[in-house]
Write a protein that binds this ligand. Structure first.
Ligand SMILES: C[S@@+](CC[C@H](N)C(=O)[O-])C[C@H]1O[C@@H](n2cnc3c(N)ncnc32)[C@H](O)[C@@H]1O
Length: 352
């Protein structure tokens, strides 16, 4: 049976597994490799599942990679050579010589080597034998390596055997260009809040280019992380929040702070905008209703990005209800549980 590795936030792994089961006919969990990382048996295989998700992407699955080769590990430094030799024997011939590749390693168990050690050794060897150019930042094809405890209990109670799972895929089929979907951003000295990463990740994940010198409305803006990101992208920002913005934003004349709720601002006959973002701490359905009311403040070409805070229980039902509300004013152009989202997802909207 073909195998693949599916990754999601540990808190959302069951919803991610449901998505896999909806997209493919026979999906079974072969092993739980780590919180949020599942080894799956899947009749359709990696390519079948990935192909169906290219048409209708999942929300909760963050990353998917194939398993073409599985080798046992000793937990010693020479595992690195065994992985390199196995990849050369089984995968090098499948690499497209004219497409850039990268190696993405995750080590999910206690091992005496780091992902970098495998990435470096394997990319050196694969470059030599396949001729494919290495491009870590922008690969077209990815060799994924996952080293993990198999999760299987052994009969004699010896420690669980460890394995390396290796697979080759086009990056577009992995759902993320980052190992396990862990999209990293460098922290900047002037960063206002960690929430900034959410907006950066959303802009990248949904391939959103903001219009030059556009006008943006930031609902639930305080302390101002998203506002700062929008200013960096040359947007004029109306920041709405009863709470204070970070003092570092106060002198910026491209920011207008409306110190009130989003409901009060709507009653205030606001302007029209190219972009509305909404990161308000609010029930997802209430937030969706408010966004529908705000749809008339969006220019016809306008877009919106919002987070949906999800409850502990009944998440799927809340989500479906909130989506139905949103469809009264928008086309849902994307929805993802991003790496920087906590108990929430990010939704990308276009005006309908
Ligand atoms: C998660 S924080 C937003 C963080 C912000 N995106 C950033 O990058 O710094 C949520 C904010 O929603 C605001 N909020 C909650 N209900 C609101 C409402 N009805 N109208 C406007 N803001 C609201 C809160 O005051 C809080 O500042």
């Amino acid at each position: 049976m073909p195998q693949l590795i599916l990754t999601a936030d540990p808190d959302f792994i069951d919803l991610a597994l449901d998505e896999a089961r909806r997209a493919a006919s026979a999906v079974e969990v072969a092993a739980r490799l780590a919180p949020g990382v599942l080894l799956l048996d899947c009749m359709e295989g990696f390519w079948g599942l990935a192909e169906s998700w290219r048409i209708d992407p999942p929300i909760f699955v963050r990353h998917l990679n194939p398993v073409d080769v599985t080798i046992p590990l000793r937990g010693a430094e020479d595992d690195v050579f065994a992985i390199v030799d196995a990849a050369e024997a089984e995968l090098a011939g499948m690499l497209e010589a004219d497409l850039p590749f990268s190696v993405q390693t995750r080590i999910l168990a206690d091992m005496p080597y780091k992902p970098f050690d495998i990435n470096r050794a394997l990319s050196d060897r694969l470059q030599k034998v396949s001729g494919a150019p290495l491009n870590v930042r922008n690969p077209a094809q990815v060799v994924s390596v996952v080293c993990a405890d198999s999760g299987r209990q052994t009969a004699d109670a010896t420690p669980n055997p460890h394995y390396a799972f290796l697979g080759l895929s086009f990056v577009d089929y992995n759902l993320s260009g980052w190992a396990g979907g862990e999209r990293r951003f460098a922290r900047e000295a002037n960063q206002v809040s960690r929430a900034e990463f959410k907006l950066l990740e959303a802009l990248a994940a949904f391939h959103i280019d903001l219009p030059p010198r556009g006008s943006a409305l930031d609902l639930g803006a305080a302390p101002g992380g998203w506002t700062r990101v929008l200013r960096q992208r040359e947007q004029f920002v109306t920041a709405v929040d009863p709470a204070a913005l970070d003092p570092r934003l106060e002198k910026d004349r491209g920011i207008r702070h409306k110190r009130m709720t989003a409901e009060a601002y709507l009653a205030d006959e606001p302007d029209e905008f190219d972009l509305i973002v909404n990161d308000m701490r609010m029930d997802a359905r209430d937030s969706a209703r408010l966004m529908v009311d705000y749809a008339r403040q969006l220019y016809p070409h306008g877009i919106a990005i919002m987070t949906f805070k999800l409850p502990e229980q009944g998440r799927r039902a809340v989500l479906d209800h909130a989506f139905n509300i949103l469809r009264e004013g928008y086309i849902i152009a994307g929805a993802r549980q991003l790496f920087h989202n906590r108990s929430e997802i990010t939704v990308y909207l276009q005006k309908s």
